[in-house]
Design a protein around this ligand. Structure first.
Ligand code: GRF
Length: 193
């Protein structure tokens, strides 16, 4: 299939990158009609970088501590995405709020995964927020990114039960399993349009 029919995907991470791994596997085994372009971490030494390299995907580090302010860091990330001709951007545990100019550069083509049923519990520690609120159902959401944190058109959600005795760890693990399922599905939706 010619490259033009398979969009190129840049993935931004800050840590272990298990969602990144799910996306790479889905693209590389043909479940998602898209190609990995580059994996970028804002954290040097993020363990997800090793996994990407092992899968033969180009990686880059754009250290937010070395490039300030936020707009300059975002410009540097955009430069790497463009260098690798990324057409879609997936945030996968990327612990940075994107500046409006970044959102504008890839509007409608930036996806994020969040471990709650948005609009409930945006921001940090979503699973802890859910437990503290006493909800009986939580889950995860893949959405298009706009200028507001953990906000934008919802692409897919998956609900999971909150069980008696759940801790942040047990609930997070149950949600993560669903994250790895719905993120590739949501990417497939955007890649095919
Ligand atoms: C996931 O729970 C994701 O929903 C949230 O950060 C976590 C990242 O995990 N945005 P991983 O790096 O993909 O393993």
């Amino acid at each position: 299939m010619p490259e033009t029919s398979r969009p190129r995907v840049g993935i931004l991470i800050s840590g272990r990158g298990s969602n990144m791994a799910a996306l790479l596997a889905a693209m590389q085994d043909g479940r998602v009609e898209a190609d990995p372009a580059v994996v970028i971490s804002n954290v040097p030494g993020a363990s997800g970088l090793d996994h990407a390299k092992a899968r033969g995907v180009p990686t880059a580090v754009v250290d937010h501590k070395a490039i300030k302010p936020r707009e300059a860091h975002d410009r540097a990330v955009l430069d790497v995405l463009r260098e690798h001709r990324a057409q879609i951007v997936c945030l996968a545990g990327y612990m940075r709020f994107l500046s409006p100019s970044f959102v504008a550069a890839y509007r409608g083509r930036i996806l994020n995964i969040h471990p709650s049923l948005l609009p409930a519990f945006p921001g940090l520690d979503a699973q802890r927020q859910a437990l503290e609120a006493g909800v009986k159902v939580s889950g995860c959401t893949v959405h298009l990114v706009d200028e507001t944190l953990d906000h934008g058109p919802i692409l897919l959600q998956s609900a999971v039960p909150v069980l008696p005795g759940d801790t942040v760890e047990t609930l997070s693990a149950r949600i993560l399993e669903q994250e790895h399922r719905i993120y590739p599905e949501a990417l497939a939706l955007i890649a095919s349009r």
